[in-house]
Write a protein that binds this ligand. Sequence first.
Ligand code: GLN
Length: 216
Amino acid sequence: MAPKAGISERISIGVLALQGDVDEHIAAMRRAGVSAAGVKTRADLARVDGLIVPGGESTTVMKLLARFELGKPLQERVRAGLPLWGTCMGTIVVAREVVGLEQPTLGLIDIAVRRNAFGRQNDSAEVALPIPVLGAEPFPAIFIRAPWIERQGRGVQSLAERDGHSVMVRERNVLCTSFHPELTADTRVHEYFLSMVLEASQAGRAAGIGNRQDVA
Ligand code: GLN
């Protein structure tokens, strides 16, 4: 699943850098063989072929997205096909709905999430999580005050479950994990996301409409 040399050099991954564990994702992408950079402005966003929304504090990030006028352009690019991956807080930010709270979200994937769902005793845990799309070896999944996916639309594919709840889902170009793959040495989820990015950018190239938007 590792990205092919040559193609991966032309891929530019962005990590939304308003708050949260941005550097850890950039380092994990480097370990997976692809360069990544923080996204703080609309111009940064326009340059990327795939975007990660990292872990952090979802209410803070929603406020910062509004303040930096990044929410709308982000929604537009993802609706036009930009591959997006939310981890933990990122899952909450991109969800359709937060169960039991009037919390605004970007509504980019048809899921309803419950914040801090695994309870106090499990505030943080490392779980050997079976993720069949990544192969037979379970993934060392680190959960930190993690949400779970309480409801999902019919177009959403569940890729992993913990305690009977989805914790990794995909709907077309949007991937969500309620755990933190960037905090482990295992780069398989990063490679899975890169395969989504490569697919999208190759499809864009084949249609002659590069996925990336050039900024004037
Ligand atoms: N509990 C946090 C929130 O709801 C997410 C925690 C995390 O990203 N590690 O925003």
